[in-house]
Ligand binder design. Structure first.
Ligand SMILES: NC(=O)c1ccc[n+]([C@@H]2O[C@H](COP(=O)([O-])OP(=O)(O)OC[C@H]3O[C@@H](n4cnc5c(N)ncnc54)[C@H](OP(=O)(O)O)[C@@H]3O)[C@@H](O)[C@H]2O)c1
Length: 243
């Protein structure tokens, strides 16, 4: 069965691993035919990931879009619906972080963080949800963070945005339950991705890898439709890295 799956932030890090794991699942489950729509602001990243997904046998297309831009959100959803007529899964993975002491964060840091993590995620979900509501099926994932529940000293803006995402998810689930749309809040601890920039070897050694997050996400998607994984909290075995 064909599944139209949009993954935001699919050019690198956790989003890339999610795309690859959906593609790999198509080789394990013969009736699972993912059609992946990879989204980010950098087409060269997306094309590189698409080549790997296609090599695994998954139909894959790329759409360059900045989810902080309302017109680009509209375009992403309308293009997908024109081409495929439906959306089965949305992975709200795209996210940004500016990690500095609270006193050093600027208005530009604030606008930049909220535009993607809150506004973009909210309005993309708002555009996609009615498609799922109407067919009474679908699955929306949010890659939030343990920072959606736990504060870290250098993460004030990031935590504000992630706590906010969590609030939205809790409200959305009240709508989603009545129409059998599955909502999963994925809350990872520290994962070694480009978001962190340069990382000392000793820190890298205690971090998770992107595939540690993508594998349980894809498993949650492939569970029987009667079952909804509401929350996945995934931490390094040694606990949080306290920055
Ligand atoms: N890494 C961690 O430790 C960790 C832990 C918990 C939660 N998370 C969350 O997991 C998600 C992925 O993080 P990551 O570590 O994989 O980050 P990453 O390596 O920086 O990758 C982020 C991806 O999102 C895309 N993106 C960012 N802003 C976008 C926008 N406005 N529109 C479209 N695409 C956008 C980026 O591509 P372009 O820049 O090319 O657009 C990139 O492909 C984020 O929501 C993050 O908050 C990460």
């Amino acid at each position: 069965m064909k599944h139209i799956i949009i993954i935001t932030g699919a050019g690198k890090g956790i989003g890339k691993a999610i795309a690859l794991d959906f593609a790999k699942a198509s080789t394990t489950y013969h009736d699972f035919e993912p059609h992946l729509i990879l989204v980010s602001r950098t087409p060269s990243d997306l094309e590189a990931v698409a080549v790997e997904c296609r090599a695994l046998g998954a139909a894959t297309e790329i759409i360059q879009a900045d989810i902080a831009d309302m017109a680009q959100i509209d375009q992403l959803v309308s293009t997908t619906l024109e081409r495929h007529g439906t959306i089965d899964c949305l992975v709200n993975n795209a996210g940004v972080g500016r990690f500095k002491p609270f006193t050093e964060l600027t208005e530009e840091d604030y606008e930049y963080t909220m535009a993607t993590n809150l506004k973009g995620t909210f309005f993309l979900t708002q555009k996609v949800f009615p498609v799922m509501e109407e067919k009474r099926a679908g699955h929306i994932f949010f890659i939030t963070s343990i920072a959606a529940e736990t504060a870290f000293k250098s993460s004030s803006l990031y935590s504000m945005s992630k706590f906010g995402q969590k609030g939205f998810i809790e409200a959305l689930r009240l709508y989603a339950k009545s129409c059998h749309v599955r909502i999963t809040n994925v809350m990872p601890g520290a994962v070694y991705t480009p978001m962190w920039g340069e990382v000392p070897e000793e820190m890298k050694a205690v971090m998770m890898m992107p595939e540690d997050i993508s594998a349980p996400l894809v498993n949650a998607y492939l569970l029987p439709l009667r079952t909804s994984v509401e929350k996945l909290v995934i931490r390094p075995v040694g606990g949080d890295i306290n920055e």
